[in-house]
Design a protein around this ligand. Structure first.
Ligand code: SIN
Length: 284
């Protein structure tokens, strides 16, 4: 099948046209897509037409599906598939999943390597997803900062007491299946492209091992201010038919709640199993 891969910025994001991932894929095309994903970190695969089973099949071109622990968020009849929606309310409160920069499920000992979205209903304007490249952000840190953070480890819990935003409360069932906190390097090495990346998530980081909390918070804030500069960004404007897969080991992302909330924004969401993050010292 003839297909094209076109970079969307100099460093992050590529657009793929001319593939139909709802149909069986030949191994060469699957390998080329995986290579492009390791290189560009976010792939925007255009003009897809999926029902939930198609979407799950398409996702598995890139890895193994991860069962999601929040059962209340499952798409009915599809326990591996869940959704993000601006209709996620509890009485009197609307939760917009992911509205500050973060990486997904970093409270897990082996956080998901990928997250994948496919839109079912979009607002007429707004609701973009922003991505920032954490390899580039790391590469461009001052050498003294790299030396300071290369060996540090952070404790990621479900919801940090220092989180900049609230998360939708967990049901009793979901709380029971929460894993123990993830203890992860602040700088991780990507297993496929070999590059170092900052691994940050202010929603979940509650402490840095061996550091007083106020110092840890200042450090995370300084790194976040650096990493979320526009120069590291690819901003995705959604169109129907887009399947967007991003690498949680390479980018942080955030959803924009900048649209008319009477319009529905609803996307299917899948995650792929990841590995325990590799610290710098293990890769040296
Ligand atoms: C997320 O944080 O995974 C949601 C992103 C989005 O809705 O754009």
């Amino acid at each position: 099948m003839a297909f094209t891969i076109t970079p969307l910025t100099a460093h992050t994001g590529a657009e793929v046209r001319g593939v139909d991932l709802a149909r069986p894929l030949d191994p060469e095309t699957a390998a080329a897509l995986n290579l492009a994903w390791a290189q560009f970190h976010v792939l925007v695969i255009r003009d897809q037409r999926y029902d939930p089973s198609d979407f799950m099949r398409a996702a598995q071109v890139f890895g193994t599906l991860l069962q999601h622990h929040q059962r209340e968020m499952h798409v009915p009849r599809f326990p591996e598939m869940y959704f993000v929606s601006n209709e996620q309310t509890v009485p009197g409160k609307r939760f917009i999943a992911g509205e500050t920069f973060h990486t997904d499920h970093s409270n897990h000992p082996a956080p998901p390597k990928a997250t994948i979205l496919y839109p079912v209903s979009l607002p007429s304007s707004g609701g973009d997803t922003q991505y920032v490249n954490m390899h580039l952000a790391y590469d461009e840190l001052p050498e003294a900062m790299k030396r300071r953070i290369d060996g540090l480890k952070a404790v990621h819990v479900y919801l940090s007491k220092y989180s900049p935003r609230e998360l939708r409360p967990l049901s009793e069932d979901s709380r029971k299946v929460l894993p123990p906190p993830g203890i992860h390097p602040l700088v991780r090495v990507h297993p496929d492209n070999g590059r170092k990346a900052l691994f940050l998530n202010p929603v979940r980081i509650e402490s840095i091992i061996g550091m007083p909390d106020d110092e840890a918070l200042d450090l995370v804030a300084e790194l976040m201010a650096h990493a979320t500069q526009r120069t590291y960004e690819y901003r995705h404007q959604w169109h129907y038919g887009d399947m967007v897969i991003w690498d949680n080991r390479s980018v942080m992302h955030k959803a924009n709640p900048d649209y008319d909330m009477s319009e529905r924004r609803y996307l299917y969401r899948l995650m792929l199993q990841g590995e325990v993050p590799i610290p710098v010292e293990a890769a040296a």
